[in-house]
Ligand binder design. Structure first.
Ligand code: SF4
Length: 382
């Protein structure tokens, strides 16, 4: 079976082209400290060798940006940079990468008095000057606050969609079309819906697919597969990433999983009848990146999964995130949220912060809170 692709426009990223009928590219992201140049080069090369069309690297500071120049010299991978709040870093990093990813929801934190349009204009200028493509990356945990406030709080999809559409339009008004879009959520059903709706409205724009914080394998691969089958099966998607919570030396597994999913879809080996309904315990965890401040994070995610096995049949979501940058926002939708700092793990129930606990204290606290949630669920049913 050949995957029938919807025709999007071609976008070049280094020596790779996406959209325009090119094969679907598989990507990943380094999780080493960006300033550890040797380790990051090693990981970028391992990902490239496994078949990564693009390798993304997080840059949060000028020192990260300096490291990126050295990393560029050490790898032939097509490099993308992940900008967080500090949009001005685009100027320092663009000369060393092939693609810049920015998140519309993160443009509000620095220079609050400047309109987002000026910040995007700045990023696009750097991209043009340095022959870079751009990804407008919208993420469920960090949606543009103005967009969020304009829609019913129970509708998390329309604000994401509107934010992406608005940025496409603005970037195009600057005469720039060398971009793709991503719309990521940790819920595969939402990933399917938001990407379908976007593709209907903007069939020309290439899409990068991903289920964010999919978690530990094999569950993380299954969640991602469910979304990808339903999208790629109808021709949507030009690049993809399978985000997995795995230790650094196993990062190439993201590429292997992505390629396997693509091969299975092409061969008709699909399992899309699986619908991930909220009937049981759902553990989500981020794939980690250079922002993780304590390497105990992956082990913590595994331990939370083990500890909570007894609660399998309860429809609750637990989110485990690696850092203080995205952790607080990305855990808002979960019943229990954890995010890691250097020495402590923060814990919250819904949007209410419970406190910060040492890595030794956290598991009993999770158990305590989970027991409380289960008894609330059980008593509300009786
Ligand atoms: S939550 Fe933090 S550590 Fe995890 S992938 Fe996102 S930015 Fe990286």
């Amino acid at each position: 079976m050949t995957i029938q692709r919807k025709p999007t426009r071609e976008v070049r990223i280094g020596n790779l082209a996406i959209g325009g009928g090119h094969p679907i590219a598989v990507q990943s992201m380094t999780a080493t400290k960006t300033q550890d140049v040797a380790a990051t080069v090693r990981q970028a090369e391992a990902l490239r060798e496994a078949g990564a069309g693009v390798v993304r690297i997080a840059v949060d500071s000028e020192r990260d940006a300096e490291a990126l120049a050295e990393i560029r010299r050490g790898t032939t991978a097509n490099l993308a940079v992940d900008l967080q709040e500090n949009f001005r870093l685009a100027e320092l990093v663009a000369p060393h990468v092939d693609k810049i990813r920015y998140n519309p929801g993160h443009l509000y934190h620095h220079q609050k008095d400047r309109p987002w349009q000026e910040k995007v204009r700045f990023i696009i200028e750097q991209a043009v000057r340095n022959d870079c493509a751009v990804r407008i990356g919208v993420n469920c945990g960090s949606v543009d606050p103005e967009k969020k406030a304009s829609f019913d709080p129970s509708d998390s999809i329309t604000p994401m969609l509107q934010s992406a559409l608005e940025h496409c339009e603005f970037v195009e008004s600057l005469g720039f079309t060398r971009f793709c879009v991503s719309l990521k959520d940790s819920d595969p059903a939402k990933v399917v819906e938001v990407n379908r709706r976007f593709a209907e409205l903007r069939p020309d724009v290439p899409l990068h697919l991903g289920v964010t914080e999919a978690g530990l394998p094999p569950d993380g691969i299954i969640k991602t597969r469910v979304a990808f089958e339903q999208l790629i099966g109808i021709g949507i998607g030009d690049t993809l990433r399978v985000s997995l919570t795995v230790p650094n030396d196993r990062k190439p597994e993201e590429i292997v999983a992505g390629r396997e999913i693509l091969a299975d879809i092409a061969a008709g080996r699909v399992r899309s009848v699986v619908r991930l309904q909220a009937t049981g315990l759902n553990i989500i965890s981020c794939p980690s990146c250079s922002r993780v401040e304590n390497e105990a994070f992956v082990e913590l995610a595994q331990n939370v999964k083990e500890l909570t096995r007894y609660a399998q049949e309860h429809a609750l979501t637990i989110a485990v995130m690696g850092c203080r940058v995205n952790g607080p926002g990305e855990t808002d939708e979960a019943d229990l949220g954890l995010w890691c700092g250097p020495n402590r793990v923060n814990l919250k129930r819904g949007t209410e912060v419970i406190g910060a606990f040492t890595y030794d204290e956290i598991l009993p606290r999770v158990r305590e809170e989970l027991d409380r949630l289960i008894s609330q669920l059980t008593s509300s049913r009786s």
